[in-house]
Ligand binder design. Structure first.
Ligand code: NAG
Length: 278
């Protein structure tokens, strides 16, 4: 009750006319968590307009009121990025202890203080390298903390680092600003062990186009989430950039119950995309 009241107060004092503030975005992203935890889409504030149609799950048009928010999900871990420049948010949700495991990524987009688009990626058992135990444990160990104002990268630098990584899937000449260390959490698999020698430049396939990129950027934490089309699959790649270099990469790729597309002309993408060095 109290949380709900606070949310409403925050929304009415900072929403509509006041422009897109961090407080407004935070309150709305928090209400997304409340809606997802309760399995009640009506808890999302501000509520999308009645005629709202721009709702996508795993890059397919879906019905907002019957989509994933209709399922109560026990939230073990979540993290928001707030993009005041574009008026958008990205939220990572990990559910390991409920009846069904989920790792969910959600971009909320706002126009004139109202939700104008929602893009969600919903993954569970059977999706690309899905292992919620791994996802939760690595996500909890990583520091995506606030970066001191004088050390922050610009939006352009953060986006360029993400784009370089995404471009190398189809062009091996691209120079990627790899951090040292850098670690990739792909589904529930980790390319490192949390130590100083973790690397991200391992096992990247070739000949795959990552297109249709939609970025949500939060300079305060050096984060950019990119929702994209991976060959033909829906996908989210989220990056943490520190000093212009990649520090963490999180990916979610729903397989839609299939074995995935052929990647690089050599069989199912699923096999070709194995990235954990053995
Ligand atoms: C899932 O991840 C956990 C934690 O990293 C690991 O112990 C476990 O072996 C993994 N399970 C599978 C099936 O890979």
């Amino acid at each position: 009750m109290m949380l709900h009241t606070l949310l409403l107060a925050a929304l009415s004092s900072t929403g509509l006319a006041a422009g897109c503030t961090r407080e407004f975005l935070q309150a709305s992203a928090d209400s997304l968590l409340a809606a997802q935890a309760a399995g009640d889409p009506s808890l999302l504030k501000p509520a999308p307009a009645e005629a709202f149609a721009a709702y996508n799950e795993n890059q397919k048009t879906a019905a907002f009121k019957t989509g994933i928010l209709k399922t109560a999900v026990k939230i073990d871990h979540s993290r928001h990025s707030l993009d005041t420049t574009q008026c958008a948010t990205y939220t990572e949700i990990i559910s390991a202890s409920g009846p069904k495991p989920y790792v969910i990524g959600v971009q909320l987009w706002f126009t004139d203080g109202a939700v104008s688009k929602i893009d969600s990626i919903v993954t569970s058992t059977g999706d690309w390298l899905f292992n919620v135990t791994g996802t939760l444990s690595w996500a909890r160990k990583e520091a995506w903390d606030v970066i001191a104002a004088e050390k922050r990268d610009t939006r352009a630098v953060i986006q360029a680092a993400a784009d370089a990584y995404l471009d190398i899937f189809s062009d091996k000449k691209v120079v990627v600003p790899w951090g040292k260390p850098c670690a990739r959490l792909e589904g529930g698999a980790y390319t490192g062990n949390g130590g100083p020698n973790d690397r991200c430049d391992v096992g990247i396939p070739d000949g795959v186009k990552l297109t249709n990129r939609r970025y949500v950027i939060d300079e305060t934490v050096g984060a950019v989430d990119v929702m994209l089309t991976f060959a033909s699959l829906a996908d989210s790649h989220e990056f943490r950039v520190e000093g212009g270099k990649l520090r963490f990469v999180h990916t979610m790729t729903p397989m839609g119950g299939s074995r995935g597309p052929t990647v690089g002309g050599k069989g199912p993408g699923r096999r070709r995309r194995t990235t954990v060095p053995m």
